[in-house]
Design a protein around this ligand. Structure first.
Ligand code: KG4
Ligand code: ZN
Length: 335
């Protein structure tokens, strides 16, 4: 049985996990430097990089111990690490650590694309998933529709032409004074507000499968400035209504065009309550299985990186110790 140590440091989470090829997560540790970034309204790359340097060693140790492995000689078959996309200073910390472990333990290094990792997250909780699957991958940096023929085979069929959905949540939250990250507080407030309070345009009503969120954010600010009397909950509910409407509209179109047996959400915005409910309704309407990962599996973690690493390892796709990080690494079609 193959066992892989995964390492993830692409943004503000320092994470390590041990996963085996039965898709069993033997341990998963996530530390975040988010408290250091809140006052700035977003992740400060320099602070994130420094936090990774301080945290990576202890986090890896805890992951190995949590999986019942010996820290000096854990007997893992490979070390998988996120090498992009992400913040270059953060990626390099994880990569340097992964290279050191791979060298010390004399096992292969596997470079993993962060987005590919997100696509494996649902699989770790539902290994019985029926394929093909249509996945809506929505995070702070990305918004895309991905057709997954089988584990490790994926095609991006639509993506945002400007901001990511999570980015729009974060920007609107900052404007409302709700702090960072903006998704959770907007989601909570939206539940108490009236989604019809602000008349917002639904962007991207065309026939394609792409998204756009920058106009929506500006429209919220403009409409909100005209109506300063409005309650923050009403603004949050109106924004969330329009954002989720766009996501679900495109997901529906994708399900109309592609024959699939399941629909999945991935990425941090997959934690959104309205999006989860609407996706579940859509799946029921189309008669396909729905896979909504737990909140811990939606957001950044290393178990998903270890899983993508296992798949790459099985295909012999290991990397040399001279490999580098690529902050703009695009998702390719196969693992
Ligand atoms: O996947 P992730 O942890 O990091 C990236 O790779 O970007 O996603 C973080 C994003 C943030 O923009 C955050 O505001 C958003 O996910 N998010 C949410 C919710 N929880 C987190 N957005 C909407 N509703 C939520 N409940
Ligand atoms: Zn992510």
């Amino acid at each position: 049985m193959a066992v892989v140590l995964g390492i993830e440091t692409s943004c503000d989470e320092t994470a390590a996990a041990v996963v085996d090829d039965a898709w069993r997560v033997r341990s998963s540790v996530v530390e975040s430097s988010i408290d250091q970034h809140r006052d700035f309204g977003g992740v400060v790359p320099e602070l994130a990089g420094r936090a990774h340097v301080a945290t990576i060693g202890p986090v890896v140790r805890r992951a190995l111990e949590g999986a019942g492995l010996e820290v000096r000689r854990p007997g893992v078959d490979a070390v998988a690490v996120t090498t992009g996309p992400g913040l270059i200073g953060s990626l390099l910390v994880g990569l340097a650590a992964a290279k050191a472990y791979a060298l010390a333990w004399d096992v292969p290094l596997v470079a993993v694309n962060h987005l590919e990792g997100h696509l494996y997250a649902p699989l770790l909780e539902r290994p019985d998933l029926a394929w093909p699957v249509m996945t809506l991958l929505v995070s702070g940096g990305h918004t895309m529709l991905v057709y997954q023929g089988a584990p490790g085979e994926h095609r991006v069929i639509g993506e945002t032409i400007d901001d990511a959905a999570g980015e729009a949540y974060d920007k609107v939250a900052r404007w409302l004074g709700l702090g960072y990250p903006g998704g959770p507080p907007i989601d909570r407030l939206a539940g108490q507000g009236d989604a019809a309070a602000l008349a917002l345009p639904v962007s991207m009503t065309g026939d394609d499968l792409d998204f756009s969120f920058s106009g929506l954010k500006s429209a919220v600010v403009r409409a909100g400035e005209k109506r300063p009397d409005l309650d923050r909950a009403d603004v949050a509910a109106s924004f969330q209504g329009a954002a989720v409407e766009q996501l679900v509209r495109k997901l529906r179109r994708a399900l109309e065009r592609y024959e699939v047996r399941g629909v999945a959400l991935a990425g941090g915005v997959a934690a959104n309550s309205a999006l989860r409910a609407a996706t579940a309704r859509l799946a029921e309407e189309f008669g396909v299985e729905v896979n909504l990962p737990t909140l811990a599996m939606c957001t950044d973690n290393a178990a998903m990186i270890a899983a993508a690493g296992l798949a790459r390892l099985a295909r012999g796709r290991t990397s040399g110790l001279d490999c580098s990080a690529d902050p703009n690494w695009a998702l390719s079609s196969v693992t």
